[in-house]
Design a protein around this ligand. Sequence first.
Ligand SMILES: [Fe+2]
Ligand SMILES: [Fe+2]
Length: 499
Amino acid sequence: MTAAAEDSASLGTTGGQDDSAGAAVSGGTAAAVDLAGRGGPDAVSTSASAAEAVSDSRDLLGIKAYVPVLLDVIRTTDRLAFDIYVKQGERGFVPFRFRNTPLQDRDRQQLLVQGVHQVYVDVRHHPNYCQYVEGQLDAIISDASIDIQERARLLYQVSDRLVEEIAAGLTVEHLKRARQLVRVLASHTLHSRTLPEAMARVVAREQHVGAHALHVCSGMLRIGLSMKLAVSELADLALAGILHDAGKSMDVLTCWELPKSTADPRHHAYREHPTLGAQALQMVCAKSSGLIAVAGQHHEALDRSGFPTGLPGESIHLWARICAVVDAYDCLTQAGPNRKPLEPGEALGRIEADSGSKLDPEIVGHLKRLYAAPATRGATGGAAGEVLLDIGQSGPGGAERRQSPRYPFHVAVIVRRGLDRQGRPVGRSSIVVQALDVSRTGIHFISRQPFGVGEVILVDLPTQIGGKGPAQQVRAKIVRCLRWNVAAGYDIGATFIGK
Ligand SMILES: [Fe+2]
Ligand SMILES: [Fe+2]
């Protein structure tokens, strides 16, 4: 389900309820939705002309609805295709910046110094926001200042949107977008466990139809690498993973296996999806036989018990055999309508039981080797540190440092919350922050000390780290300079308020 779909599913018209109550809805002529329930301050200033735009966002029923978005996701130099609102106590949702206007750094500062980390988008502009996120996905996923789980969630949302659009009809444009998604996924997941672990935590709690496509893509890529397939093949192999269920209609997107009863209306659609997917891909990419084979043959089995045609083992394309193994693993570990997800070890056991009969034993061997490591699916805690970088305004010598040209960036680090992998609060000694100068001659240690939840640490960054240049560049540089080295592998994001 896309974010937009989730949001609209939460809409209602229960007039008079408090809009600060999570996903509650307030009704009336200016009704609004606050899905996250994190209100902004009363003191945020908005332009007088912006207030006139309120009437623009009313629909025919006179109901307005807003979707919360993280301020950090909206990058400062972009012209936006959506209006930005802030929430101001009893005044409700107030226009802050109009579409086609970039959100300036000073705008962000204005919001951040008042504790606003979340702004709102009119639900009718939400598709524009989703399109914006997809266009910026690589930069957003790379941005350490955004909480890692939020980044994982955005990745899934982009995939959800793409998968749902493909279910309505595959186009060449979808192929291009899928290639871009593969590129982002590969560059951030192949050599790091941080994002995959965050993705596992997100999907353990939320339903994302696009998650399956991403998981199969990533699994096929990993197995392709493990099998030492030609590098030139890997990009298309991964793309095949994203598109393997391109023949699924919306009705069967969350159907992880063939419905047993032939009376189930989804039974026929499920059996047909490989054929429909291969046909759809043939229309848009006739050259790539691998993509078409994966879509058409990923439910075939070595012993001819698969569908749609009952191809024997050797006749099934290698990529489709890889897909069959990864697809089976991901389906077993996904929650179904009437089934709990299996733990990874149990799922691997089931896969092994079909090895040699239905599934290619060599590929199953690679899967076992790659997936036997402890998995985090189902974990409730983990990457929960949230760090705020702020201009130093307190502490010994803070005022002097702020005036000094040598220290143009004074940074305070605040841990807002810290949970271990079981979701338990962590103690002071568990979290260590390192600020490292990587700007010139290698890595220089600036500051390293343990700190606890709610504590503030000042880190003064000298000129050569902060540097001069556009605020966006300086900000990116500073974020790069700060390495959050947290015991036990916690991830900490960072929000920066620069000078
Ligand atoms: Fe399938
Ligand atoms: Fe699938």
